[in-house]
Design a protein around this ligand. Structure first.
Ligand SMILES: C[S@@+](CC[C@H](N)C(=O)[O-])C[C@H]1O[C@@H](n2cnc3c(N)ncnc32)[C@H](O)[C@@H]1O
Length: 235
């Protein structure tokens, strides 16, 4: 009998949602970016790669959204929230029909995938003409990215070097340290090599992480300042 492989987010479904709920203003900022990046989804066919617990999807009309999610813990919650999970598994192991989606998006999921080129290539093929691949992530080079890398290398956020710099409730260290963090430029390069030339960028979480949860932030154009960045690539 084959044993179920433990996925990175197994056992963290409650902690993940709880972290966002306790960091309500940070969540609102990220949700604003998510909504801005998706735009009007009326009548469109969407795929959320690594949809997790469907937390963000639960704030929009999720009825036309399909999901792929390796962690059953997370995916079962997403299903209850209206996401149609087409596969419990890794995007690497899924076959997608050519030209079948208007939008495919990775909300925070690219940060857990080391080799992005084959995965993005697969998704671009599955997009219809003028379809969009949307990548939302914490950039490796941002204050948040550096905080996760520091926490990982020190094996704690509670270190004297970091005294006075940490937000009250930093992202769970186990999830920060299992990430494969990428810079925004790295992802742009991967997409350019795959033939993409039309890009737009939006960002939020401009403040230092210590102050991010004080109030929701606006979404602005660009990618060079934000702790959460959306790359929109048009096919
Ligand atoms: C940071 S969470 C984001 C979850 C959700 N998209 C959200 O925004 O709340 C990253 C998600 O990517 C999933 N994931 C990790 N590696 C993956 C892969 N290779 N293929 C698909 N999903 C993956 C994880 O299980 C996890 O649910």
């Amino acid at each position: 009998m084959s044993e179920k492989v433990k996925q990175k987010f197994d056992g963290y479904a409650d902690k993940y949602d709880e972290w966002f709920m306790k960091n309500e203003n940070l969540f609102t900022s990220e949700l604003r970016l998510y909504k801005k990046a998706l735009g009007d989804i009326t009548g469109k066919k969407l795929l959320s790669v690594g949809c997790g617990s469907g937390l963000f999807e639960s704030y929009i009309d999720s009825s036309g959204i399909e999901g792929i999610e390796p962690s059953e813990d997370m995916g079962r919650i997403a299903e209850k929230r209206g996401v149609n999970i087409i596969k419990y598994g890794l995007i690497e192991d899924v076959e997608l029909e050519d030209q079948s989606y208007d939008i495919i998006y990775f909300n925070g999921s690219s940060s857990y995938i080391a080799d992005l080129a084959p995965v993005y290539a697969k998704c671009l093929k599955a997009l219809r003409e003028n379809g969009r691949l949307i990548l939302l992530d914490v950039p490796k080079e941002s204050a948040f990215g550096l905080m996760y890398l520091l926490g990982t290398s020190l094996n704690t956020y509670d270190h004297e070097y970091l005294k006075g710099t940490m937000p009250k409730l930093p992202y769970p260290l186990a999830l920060a340290s299992s990430g494969a963090w990428h810079t925004t430029e790295e992802k742009i390069e991967v997409l350019k090599k795959l033939g993409i030339s039309k890009f737009s960028f939006y960002q939020t979480l401009i403040k230092n992480p210590l102050y991010t949860n004080e109030e929701p932030e606006e979404v602005t154009e660009g990618y060079k300042s934000g702790g959460y960045v959306a790359i929109i690539a048009e096919r």
